[in-house]
Design a binder for this molecule. Structure first.
Ligand code: FE2
Ligand code: FE2
Length: 161
């Protein structure tokens, strides 16, 4: 078994990851509506990844015999004024998730829960990549400015790699 405080925080993190998944799905819908299909595809892929992050924690809780408690999700923002605003919000969200993961790691160390600490290393590493790829997209979106089709083409090439 793992400490109750760690189990509670892991349950919260399931909600945080599902929340990220919902946010990206809403952004994908707006982008699809705008005709930016590749960019929408990028956010669809993120949606699936965030759900996978949530399920990986859920499976860990089940594996260590801790209870899973799913919580309701807040409604995501459905519309952003600009594509850059939507991507900037996503960068901020990735930074928030990084802080949440780091707080979890700190809690594990305080509680001497070295098993969960080890499990979370994957998330620490994953967040470095997630923040970096979203920040890169934000940078390219700024370069493209009003040329949204050029941005969509860039993402299409990125996804085909
Ligand atoms: Fe995630
Ligand atoms: Fe993420």
């Amino acid at each position: 078994m793992i400490p109750a405080a760690v189990a509670a925080k892991l349950n919260e993190q399931i909600t945080n990851e599902m929340n990220a998944s919902q946010k990206y799905l809403a952004i994908a819908c707006q982008l699809e509506t705008m005709g930016l299909t590749s960019l929408a595809g990028f956010f669809r892929k993120q949606t699936e990844e965030e759900r996978a992050h949530a399920l990986k924690i859920l499976d860990y809780l089940l594996e260590v015999g801790a209870a899973v408690a799913l919580a309701p999700l807040p409604a995501p923002q459905a519309e952003f004024a600009t594509v850059v605003a939507a991507i900037d919000a996503s960068v901020e969200h990735e930074q928030l998730v990084t802080r949440q993961i780091h707080d979890l790691v700190a809690l594990c160390e305080r509680e001497k829960d070295y098993a969960t600490r080890s499990f979370l290393q994957w998330y620490v590493d994953e967040q470095v990549e997630e923040v970096s790829s979203m920040a890169q997209l934000a940078q390219v979106a700024r370069l493209a400015r009003e040329n949204l089709l050029q941005l969509d083409g860039y993402v299409a090439r990125l996804l085909s790699k």
